[in-house]
Design a protein around this ligand. Sequence first.
Ligand code: FES
Length: 164
Amino acid sequence: MTHLSDMDSDDVQRFVDEAEGRLFSKEIIEEARNPHNMARLEDFDGKGVEEGLCGDSMEFYIKVDSGKISRASFFTDGCGPTIACGSRLTRYVKGSSIAKAQEFSPSSLEKLLGGLPDDHRHCAALAVASLRKAIRDYLNRQRQDPTANTVKSSCFHVENEVKK
Ligand code: FES
């Protein structure tokens, strides 16, 4: 049997790739290696922070325009599958309505990623929980500032407040 110490760096990489490929779908590996939208946002309309059962956490940020998520971003100190979950989730919710994003479930995220091993299913739950908290934060801010999502319109010389 070949030991890792006997392998050169290409062999080690091939070994790691094969081991990963047995455990995770190609979607997870691709998303974890090349994550999208992984950054903390300074300028956001909603922010959610969730800590998972394993002790890892995820921050989720959304920008909202006319009731739709115009930008989504995440940050995590978690595992590779969690990075994949955050990345895929930002890509899924971008452009979707708040209502649609609110209904998105961990099992739907798992499906988008070609499934998760049992011991990593909580990574999808962590990502979705942080998104839901970001949405709740956005909605709370809207309630505190009722003019935040309205614009004044003037039709027939009558001023109205209408929802954006
Ligand atoms: Fe902790 Fe994935 S979030 S193992």
